[in-house]
Design a protein around this ligand. Sequence first.
Ligand SMILES: Cc1ncc(COP(=O)(O)O)c(C=O)c1O
Length: 368
Amino acid sequence: MGEKIEFHGSDLEKISEYYQIAPEKIIKFGANVNPLGIPETVKKELSSNWDIISSYPDRNYTGLKETIGVYCGVAPSCIAVGNGSTELISLLISQRKPKKTLILGPTYSEYERELGLNGSETYEYHLRESDNFELNIESFLQFIAEGTDLIILCNPNNPTSSAITHGRLETLLTAAQKRNIFVMIDETYVEFAPDVAETTAVPLTSRYGNLMVIRGVSKFFAAPGLRFGYGITSNKEFLLALQTYQNPWSLNSVGAFAGERMLKDTSYIAETRKLICSERDRLYTQLSDMPGVKVYKPYGNFILVRLAKEGITSFKIFEAAIKEGMMIRDCSSFKSLKGEYIRFCIMMPKDNDRLIRCIAAQLGTGFF
Ligand SMILES: Cc1ncc(COP(=O)(O)O)c(C=O)c1O
């Protein structure tokens, strides 16, 4: 211990073994999952419907697509469902077959891995720390190189928690459409945004055939093990290509059953938003006042913090927190995030307080 070892966000087992802490005792500040756990209504319904495992899911996922349609305000015919947003990201890339892809980074590493497997050349536009990781749309548009045929964005973005709102999204989509560039927007975290309507690109899918929005239930509905994701596009030709290539029944019957019920649980959705929005404001204010750190305005359910005190590294904070049973994300593995950064998601208030106290103690601020 004390010596720097590389861990990734989901390396719970490795971390638990290394620090000798039982996995169930670790508070997962690195997983970006809603601390409320899956909705009680879904648990109840699942426990009395296990027989669904004995049937194949509806091959067309008709009921599920109708529910997603109502949840997102789109026609079911614009929807693809899959095995987590991961499957849809992979399908989109393999079916678009991009030659040159622009990624808005620093961001989730899976896009680059998938593009590499499919032989796309990739390059990255770096969100600037000096702009607090907010996108400067003019500079981004100027950066798009000749021959680019795919742009990938995550909104709100992991790990910066910054977001692009409607006006800039439209400017970007219009410019991309003129240049025949397809745009994939990963909205895994959008339901946590302070203003979802201002942030989501879903309503723009009807006007932009060069757009697909990808979402899932892993984070907001605390269901990463369910592997349910969906994509929305008005480009029927592309949707057909994607579905033709996809394995039948790729989302299993439990995922389809539980997924449909989650999206209908309006009181769970309201409770989650109340918790995340109030804790996010509270933590952002506390961190903004804390000497030795810089915090960026968060739009997701997680917060990025730069450690700005001499001698304080992201690994030092990671280690102090894990020794108290709190696993945060040391961001040093994010390419193009130069400096000492940590990311942690919003958990229950008493756990959040404990983490803030731990960070403050490491910084020696005596702040809390
Ligand atoms: C930005 C982003 N997209 C997609 C995923 C994977 O989502 P899913 O579980 O729906 O495949 C993650 C997981 O951490 C993520 O951070």
